[in-house]
Write a protein that binds this ligand. Structure first.
Ligand code: SF4
Ligand code: SF4
Ligand code: SF4
Ligand code: FES
Length: 345
């Protein structure tokens, strides 16, 4: 593949054909502010924050400009600052300013960009306008949407379309009334949203946040135990309790993605309803018993059911080796081929 040599802020950069200036800078560790760009989504160029100056071309948005041989890029200049500042102030003027109560505080792209670009406070005060607060969409059981914090970057819409192929949400209405919602301004719960949460993890601000937003004090790298896909995940732990689950972008199989079970199904671990001891049904009621008693009873019932009156359903939560042992036990010990697996059901 053809490689282009260019300079960004005087630093020599080589990047393959098709790379955008923003990506080339990112890979070289040069920060260009951006809000609507994600490396795993197609660029749309709506926020204008990534504006840079290219010698001989003037101002361009770096997330949609491909690298070219001999290009000389400057990420800061008077013109660049002006464009970024005005675009940023228009965004902030329309955005909730109660950052301290936002779940994304200190981890928000808008805050980071604002720190880098800087705002003209008197001008911002002039263009900030009072407006009716728009109602939150809290219909999804796992996450909330606050349109008052949304910057309309479209990352959630593209995630749902390009990565998930679900298209549950899109832009609704026009102008200052523009909103992200389900078709016909329906709440999330009434759309075909599968609650995968991929849009939530990509939202650069606090517009899409999980209902359980406790911050973990440590992360534990592990594999999701819900099904045989074995997606990589980082479990967030606080005070001995799991408080979050995030996809592991270093896992080569799942590359950061999780489904609804992996992302939000961790609550069962700390559920007070979990069984902690075997239960045996006597006179219609479940009675707690010790493991020896329970296993003796299982062995006794198995012995009474040898042959084709016995069947096994193996589990996708087990490893291949465990499932191999289960089928061996079923065929060799119990004397039947009645064995199946929950992944086929
Ligand atoms: S949770 Fe998943 S399915 Fe639902 S809107 Fe977001 S990306 Fe689409
Ligand atoms: S909800 Fe978040 S990701 Fe979606 S458009 Fe608004 S700010 Fe962007
Ligand atoms: S995240 Fe979903 S697909 Fe991945 S292992 Fe867990 S349950 Fe299976
Ligand atoms: S990141 Fe380039 S226009 Fe938004």
């Amino acid at each position: 593949m053809r490689v282009h040599d260019l300079t960004i802020d005087g630093v020599a950069v080589s990047a393959p054909e098709g790379t955008t200036v923003l990506d080339a800078a990112r890979k070289k560790g040069i920060y260009i502010p951006h809000l609507c760009d994600r490396p795993d989504l197609k660029p749309v160029g709506v926020c204008r924050m990534c504006t840079v100056e290219v010698e001989g071309k003037g101002l361009v948005i770096s997330c949609k400009t491909p690298v070219r041989d001999g290009m000389v890029v400057r990420t800061e200049s008077e013109g660049v600052s002006k464009v970024r500042q005005v675009a940023l102030e228009l965004l902030i003027a329309d955005h909730d300013s109660d950052c301290l109560t936002c779940a994304k505080d200190t981890n928000c792209s808008l805050q980071r960009v604002a720190r880098h670009v800087g705002v003209d406070s008197p001008r911002l005060a002039r263009i900030r306008r009072e407006r009716d607060r728009r109602p939150l969409d809290t219909s999804n059981p796992f996450f909330d949407f606050d349109p008052n914090r949304c910057i309309l970057c479209g990352i959630c819409v593209r995630t749902c379309d390009e990565l998930q192929n679900i298209n549950a949400i899109d832009y609704t209405f026009r102008g200052t009334k523009t909103l992200i919602a389900g078709f016909g301004n329906r709440p999330r719960i009434e759309t075909n949203c599968e609650s995968c949460g991929e849009c939530v993890v990509r939202c650069p601000v606090g517009a899409l946040v999980p209902k359980d937003s406790r911050q973990p004090s440590k992360l534990v790298r592990t594999i999701c135990s819900f099904c045989g896909c074995g997606c990589g995940m980082l479990l967030g732990v606080r005070d001995g309790e799991i408080v979050s689950a995030a996809g592991d972008f270093k896992n080569p199989a799942s590359r950061g993605r999780l489904c609804v079970k992996g992302r939000y199904g961790y609550r069962y671990v700390n559920s007070p309803e979990r069984l902690t001891t075997p239960l045996v049904k006597r006179d219609g009621e479940f009675i707690p018993v010790g493991w020896d008693e329970a296993l003796d009873l299982v062995a006794e019932k198995f012995s009474e059911s040898m042959g084709d009156s016995f069947a096994t359903i193996a589990s996708a939560k087990c490893t291949n080796e465990e499932n191999y042992v289960v089928q061996k036990f079923t065929r060799v010990v119990m004397g039947t081929n009645n064995i199946d697996h929950c992944a086929r059901l």
